[in-house]
Write a protein that binds this ligand. Sequence first.
Ligand code: PPS
Length: 293
Amino acid sequence: MDNKDKVYVKFKDYNFHKALFKMEIVKNMEDYEIRDDDVFIVTYPKSGTIWTQQILSLIYFEDHRNRTENIPTMDRVPSLEYNIHNLDFANMPSPRIFTSHLPYYLVPKGLKDKKAKILYVYRNPKDVLISCFHFSNLMVILPSSNSIEKFMQNFLNGNMIGSCWFDHIKGWYEHRHDFNIMFISYEDMKKDLRSSVLKICSFLEKELSEEDVDAVVRQATFQNMKSDPLANYKYIIKHELGTRNDEGSFLRKGAVGDWKHHLTVDQSERFDKIFDMNMKNIPLKFIWNINEE
Ligand code: PPS
């Protein structure tokens, strides 16, 4: 990325979005007061964040599940570091549910009490790369690019908002014993959403009736989220953040293995080499294609 295109600002070696970054929030982040029943969704961008926001919001808020209250998911499950709607986090009723893209070393220290729960959602990084590429071309506040090759170089070198994918997942995985954390993959959620919802409920110690689980699963499918303006952030991305065209949407394809339609064999092999080198000591399971088991 050329300097003129740089849309991020580096703070403690992590790239924040320049336009959304607020120093007063981030510089005090480590001392931010955590409640025992807080829940955090942690992701590298484009790994299933709004999907998991929707799932947790449906699990925790009956009004959401039963569609009796129309609150955008982002306001029920706000971003910790990018408080776009200036919500009063300190006075939010418990349990508070946040989402965050932060690396392990920048999150509030109180999370190390291991009471508040963290759900870390990860996705195979080739699909993350392609999702980032399309999103970057859609959003006015991100740099557009017509070169997957250049975009891939920036992704692999961590010249991105969110910094390096490898550092993010490795950092969280290697420090997992410091936190009350569960790892779940986008691809497992895609393969069996109901089982994934039950697994998440079990980690969160939330018991839902069969009917309620059905309601969560139904409203968290790709098609239902895509057509629900509160779940797909339609207003926020178009009118608050700004898009380059009217067709694009936050929920683009929601597929496993879309990278195959974009990366050449050579690009994919180069990616694999760097992945293997970086991830050799990380036993998390990665699914690259939908038919894989
Ligand atoms: S962000 O900007 O970091 O918050 O983006 P994030 O929400 O992490 O990732 C966006 C991708 O998640 C896909 N998505 C889903 N996939 C399957 N099912 C459901 N319900 C769903 N909801 C969101 C979304 O389509 C983006 O992936 P791509 O590959 O671009 O379609």
